[in-house]
Design a protein around this ligand. Structure first.
Ligand SMILES: Nc1nc2c(c(=O)[nH]1)N[C@H]1C(S)=C(S)[C@@H](COP(=O)(O)OP(=O)(O)OC[C@H]3O[C@@H](n4cnc5c(=O)[nH]c(N)nc54)[C@H](O)[C@@H]3O)O[C@H]1N2
Ligand SMILES: Nc1nc2c(c(=O)[nH]1)N[C@H]1C(S)=C(S)[C@@H](COP(=O)(O)OP(=O)(O)OC[C@H]3O[C@@H](n4cnc5c(=O)[nH]c(N)nc54)[C@H](O)[C@@H]3O)O[C@H]1N2
Ligand code: SF4
Ligand SMILES: [Mo]
Length: 748
């Protein structure tokens, strides 16, 4: 076994720091422990991190570029041929139909965000302007609401809050806050702190809560209306905060006047006294941190719920102070502006933060509309499995003129491609994420390669550099000139780079691959050789200009602060703190027009009114509600493809309440038929006391197809999106309502 090497776990957005030992052949991860020196995770790991070798040595790895033959099988081709033909096919689409006909999907998953940075160059070179990724099937509604109210994203300070509120979020399993289980236990142990969980399921997190509002699935909008109305009725509003910092209070007040608290609690299936006690607990606390996640973001009225959730913490004065909501420093803002000033070309869906709603992509392809998408580049994503109504989405991918997939493995998406470009795994290259949202200290971690890559795969940085070169968009002398400047020193390079970008604004978009070619001439990350980390150089310089104060707080000061930050990015193998703020900083980061929080806008009010006008209807054909994709002990999207990685619940059973199971005569391990408007499957049952009557739950990421290339497909478990419909989506943001899939269940 080798020495302990540092990296990070890539199975969820926490990216906990790890130390691993490899086998003698340097092929496998044989031991894993938490990296105590990592500034965010501090040695913390959950049970999934010990299973990372299932990723590194995963099923169905692709080692050579592949081209689809007419008979549907794949032919191995050289990189020269692959790059030339992909560039040629996309160029033809661009010439015939415009670059807008080439759609880009993906760019990064739970552990890898550098590919997305490099792909921006390829997209620019192709003139491709429509894109999307998983954020547009979960977070875009919230991004837009944040944009309306605050002009930027926010997070909650769970480390220091008096009251923690989780709505549609199960951090015990899904994490999302650093060292989740330790933070949850700290709150539970401290009698002066409280935990509120709003979830129809009695989750592991709910077990720890002081207040568990176990509402009926899909009724959060009614519950939150009741809570806001209670705040008005019981004078629980932080009036001083509202007067000082907020606009449009009267508009909210006018809306709430029509809310009947008792009726709304009844719709949510909750005891009014409990809702009142919970509301008081939140509003009277010195501070409260909130986390809303998929349980509401993939559910009925999701955009309105995001809005009402924010009203609760704003009206109770929980922003810009310790233990409340904050705006973190960022290197790369993955949430975007939250603005929606563009629509998709075929169905005119709202594009939020630059992302086309995932649920309309198939509609934008399966049409004869002249502006339909005709080509697609998919990278680090598996939309054929992860997007709603996979049958129809696969048909859409197959009907494209050209589909190119950059992946490490033969995924459900890759198998449909005309060309597959094999990538190095996240442990064979420099890699990082921009999931760093902590505050007042924020950190960044560039991971160094653990393994030598096998012959064949390339990093995305190299793939995009080759594609951009093949598209003939770089001025001939640019790279030699910049390399010459680099040889003279960092200051010379900076001047030469800035001058070339200013002289030709079109070049700025190609900067990632330009810098990769200049900074990363092979090998490891040293002062002037940054591997795939090259794209961090401009991010470091821009952060130094944008947020010198926070950077100085972390010890990077003076005119070379940007260079020093970049050097630390390359050298700090456990990650490091790049920004330290004080709590008041969130106020300076507000991006609303007048520096005040907007409690209402005409669009928000219109959505809210629509929700209040709506009603809850029973569906006699599908009387149950299925949560299609919940996070469990051994789920991790489709990052680990081999079902054997799960230590338990290998198949991913359908969880059914005791009452429903008795009614249907079902026991754990029985088979049953689950039917929705989208499909019908046979599934294994787990009777669970955690579930309420009428509610069913399937895990996410199960039902993967192994052995796709050989054609002898092996599938274990249910792929949740066999059962979902793309039309089951939020009216405004277009995000799927996967947590509210009407269903019926029958014993077999
Ligand atoms: N183990 C594991 N962790 C993960 C991931 C993984 O695949 N596996 N994926 C990561 C990713 S990509 C994401 S986006 C996050 C998601 O993290 P979460 O959002 O926490 O994950 P989910 O389990 O999908 O949904 C959260 C909760 O919503 C509840 N819920 C269902 N219906 C309703 C409802 O009507 N109202 C309310 N209030 N709640 C409801 C469910 O019971 C569940 O407990 O997790 C990340 N972490
Ligand atoms: N019904 C239902 N559907 C859901 C959800 C749900 O709860 N219910 N959850 C949704 C959520 S929140 C999310 S985030 C999405 C996730 O869905 P996707 O965004 O599609 O992400 P993954 O499934 O993780 O797929 C990642 C792909 O990247 C590949 N990969 C891994 N490492 C690398 C690399 O270094 N380079 C390249 N090029 N490729 C790599 C993997 O092999 C895999 O094919 O799923 C969503 N789909
Ligand atoms: S899966 Fe567990 S160990 Fe891995 S990053 Fe998430 S919380 Fe950390
Ligand atoms: Mo996600």
């Amino acid at each position: 076994m080798t020495d302990w090497k540092k990296s990070a776990c890539i199975l969820c957005e926490n990216n906990c720091g790890i130390e691993v030992q490899l086998d003698d052949a340097q092929k496998h991860i044989v031991r894993t422990r938490g990296d105590e020196a990592h500034p965010a995770s501090q040695g913390y790991l959950c049970q999934k991190a010990s299973r990372l070798d299932y990723y590194q040595n995963g099923k169905d790895r692709i080692l050579s570029p592949l081209k689809k033959r007419a008979d549907g099988s794949f032919e191995e081709i050289s990189w020269e041929q692959a790059i030339a033909e992909v560039a040629e096919r996309f160029t033809r689409l661009k010439d015939d139909f415009g670059g807008k006909s080439i759609f880009y999907y993906g760019g990064g998953g739970q552990g890898n965000h550098l590919p997305g940075a490099y792909s921006s160059a390829t997209r620019k070179a192709l003139g491709s302007s429509y894109r999307s990724n998983a954020l547009a099937q979960e977070k875009t509604g919230e991004f837009w609401v944040n944009g309306q109210m605050l002009g930027t994203m926010v997070r909650g300070d769970f480390e220091h809050c008096e009251v923690a509120v989780f709505i549609g979020k199960n951090p015990w399993q899904s994490h999302g806050i650093p060292r989740s289980r330790i933070t949850l236990k700290d709150i539970q142990k401290d009698p002066s702190r409280k935990m509120v969980v709003i979830d129809p399921v009695r989750t592991e997190t709910a077990d720890m809560a002081d207040y568990h509002l176990q509402l009926k699935p899909g009724t959060d909008a009614w519950l939150l209306n009741a809570m806001i109305a209670i705040m008005f009725e019981e004078s629980l509003i932080d009036t001083a905060f509202v007067v000082r910092h907020c606009d449009e209070f009267d508009a909210v007040k006018a809306m709430v006047e029509h809310v009947n608290i008792a009726e709304h609690c009844l719709i949510a299936g909750l005891d009014e006294a409990l809702v009142r006690a919970t509301t008081r607990c939140i509003a009277n606390a010195g501070s409260a941190a909130f986390f809303e996640d998929l349980g509401v973001q993939m559910n009925r009225h999701s955009t309105v719920v995001s809005y009402l959730e924010k009203l609760v913490w704003i009206l109770s004065g929980n922003f810009g102070k310790e233990g409340a909501q904050y705006i973190p420093a960022y290197l790369q803002n993955i949430a975007g502006s939250g603005k929606s000033n563009r629509q998709s070309p075929v169905v005119c869906a709202n594009i939020i933060s630059g992302l086309v709603p995932c649920n309309v992509i198939a509609d934008e392809i399966l049409t004869d509309h002249p502006n339909r998408y005709r080509g697609m580049l998919v990278e680090s994503a598996n939309p054929a499995h992860s997007l709603a109504e996979s049958g129809r989405f696969k048909a859409a991918l197959q009907s494209l003129d050209t589909l190119v997939v950059i992946d490490i493995a033969m995924s459900e998406t890759a198998v449909l491609a005309d060309y597959i470009l094999p990538a190095k795994t996240q442990y064979e290259k420099y890699e990082a994420t921009f999931f760093n949202f902590e505050f007042p200290k924020n950190y960044f971690h560039l991971r160094h390669p653990l393994f030598e890559a096998p012959n064949g795969p390339l990093s995305e940085a190299e793939i995009h550099a080759r594609l951009v070169e093949a598209l003939n968009v770089l001025p001939e002398n640019l790279i030699p000139d910049l390399r010459e400047a680099k040889a003279k020193g960092a200051a010379e390079l900076k001047i030469a780079f800035m001058t070339s970008m200013q002289s030709n604004p079109k070049l700025a978009a190609l900067a990632p691959v330009v810098l990769y070619r200049v900074l990363a001439n092979g090998g490891g990350a040293t002062d002037n050789n940054a591997g795939e980390g090259s794209v961090l150089w401009p991010l470091a310089q821009m952060f130094a200009m944008r947020d010198a104060e926070s950077l100085a707080g972390a010890g990077f000061e003076g005119k070379n602060a940007g260079d020093e930050l970049y050097a630390a990015m390359l050298s700090e193998k456990s990650g490091f703190v790049f920004a330290i703020d004080d709590y008041a900083k969130s106020w300076k980061r507000l991006q609303s027009n007048n520096g005040r929080i907007q409690l209402a806008t005409p669009q928000l009010l219109a959505l809210w009114q629509n929700m209040l006008n709506s009603s809850v209807k029973e569906n006699s054909e599908f009387p149950l509600v299925l949560c299609a994709g919940e996070r469990r002990a051994y789920t991790a999207n489709t990052i680990n493809r081999d079902p054997a990685w799960r230590r338990k619940d290998v198949e991913g059973a359908l969880r059914v309440s005791t009452h429903d199971a008795e009614r249907l005569g079902l026991k754990t391990n029985d088979k049953a038929r689950l039917t929705t408007a989208g499909g019908s499957v046979e599934t294994t049952i787990e009777v669970s006391e955690r579930m309420q009557t009428g509610h069913l739950s399937l895990p996410n990421g199960a039902g993967l197809d192994n052995n796709l290339r050989e054609g002898k497909v092996e599938r274990v478990g249910i792929a949740a999106n066999q059962l979902t419909l793309a039309s089951n989506r939020d009216d405004f943001a277009g995000t799927p309502l996967h947590k509210f899939v009407e269903a019926r269940l029958e014993a077999i």
